[in-house]
Design a protein around this ligand. Structure first.
Ligand code: BDR
Ligand code: CA
Length: 310
């Protein structure tokens, strides 16, 4: 299996990313690290432990990372995810421990201990990954690649017309990671909006009948209601697991090799990812950008993973 670390800010869709990464046999989930984003760090960290508790995922270390973006102030994504970043179901007492190390120490230790290069899958703001890049330059060659849910080839989703939430929350971190030289794949809104949580998907997950499926269905209900209220979309998009799915199975999406830069100074556009799909700038290509999703293949991966958990 492919050794991966999931860096996340749970968040409804991040919970499904954890379940997919832990529940699919093609991946070896070595660690989970948390960052502020959808909620304050105490919430996202707690929610990662909730995700593992519900699904019976044990033995995967969980460590907390950055409480604030590199240079900006955090605006937690509570308008979609609720005050505790995981609105909807009643949350159980957590039974999985929190690692004493910081997120970047856990990433560094995991990378050093692994015979194979590690794939990083961030599904939140890139703050932790940027700290890792700056703190451990000697370990970067031990990273196989980064597959990030964030950015967009088109428009945004967080009250800013052009910026996607994870990029908008910490644009400077995106810039650090893009310049790190690590092989980088962007799984943006343009593709995650193809992963729509239809009524059929919700029933399929609820009808799995296991605890994880029932809890998951409650999460999806809340999440879709939020999307309906905020964006007028009754079937919300399950963003984060798309990045995990692409690591499991490259056939889940098409990608193009192109140039991505992030807007750091725009008065209206800070956090926008400028994806040069038509090579207007003639700059060196620095990213693979996911374009078309095989929707059925994606949902089969998600439901199979959830079915195999507690
Ligand atoms: C991203 O922002 C968060 O709300 C989701 O968890 C996802 O990572 C989508 O823009
Ligand atoms: Ca997320």
């Amino acid at each position: 299996p492919i050794p991966v670390i999931l860096d996340c800010d749970p968040g409804h869709d991040d919970v499904f990313a954890i379940w997919l990464a832990a529940g699919n046999p093609a991946l070896d989930l070595k660690a989970i690290t948390t960052v502020s984003g959808n909620g304050y760090l105490e919430h996202t960290t707690h929610n990662a432990r909730v995700a593992c508790t519900v699904a019976g995922i044990t033995g995967v270390p969980i460590a907390a990372g950055a409480a604030e973006p590199l240079e900006r102030k955090l605006t937690p994504g509570t308008w979609i995810h609720g005050e505790n970043a995981l609105g909807g179901p009643e949350l159980p007492e957590v039974t999985v421990p929190l690692d004493e190390r910081s997120a970047i120490e856990l990433i560094a230790d995991t990378v050093r201990a692994s015979a194979e290069k590690i794939t990083l899958i961030p599904t939140g703001p890139l703050t932790n990954i940027a700290h890792f890049v700056r703190t451990y330059p000697e370990l970067l060659e031990r990273i196989e690649r980064i597959v990030w849910m964030g950015g967009s080839t088109g428009r945004g989703n967080c009250g800013a017309a052009y910026a996607e939430f994870n990029a908008w929350a910490d644009p400077e971190a995106v810039d650090v990671v893009l310049k790190s030289g690590i092989d980088f794949t962007m799984v943006g809104l343009n593709i995650t909006h193809q992963a729509l949580i239809t009524q059929d998907v919700r029933s399929r997950i609820r009808n799995l009948g296991n605890e994880t499926g029932v809890f998951g269905a409650e999460l999806l209900e809340f999440f879709c209601n939020s999307y309906n209220d905020v964006e007028g979309m009754p079937d919300g998009p399950l963003h984060d697991p798309v990045a995990v799915a692409l690591v499991i199975d490259a056939a889940v999406a098409t990608t193009v090799h192109t140039r991505v830069d992030v807007e750091l100074v725009g008065t209206e556009t800070a956090g926008a990812t400028c994806v040069d799909l038509h090579d207007m700038l003639k700059r060196e290509k620095n990213a693979h950008v996911a374009i078309d999703l095989d929707v059925d293949r994606f949902w089969n991966l998600v439901t199979d993973a959830v079915a195999g958990l507690k």
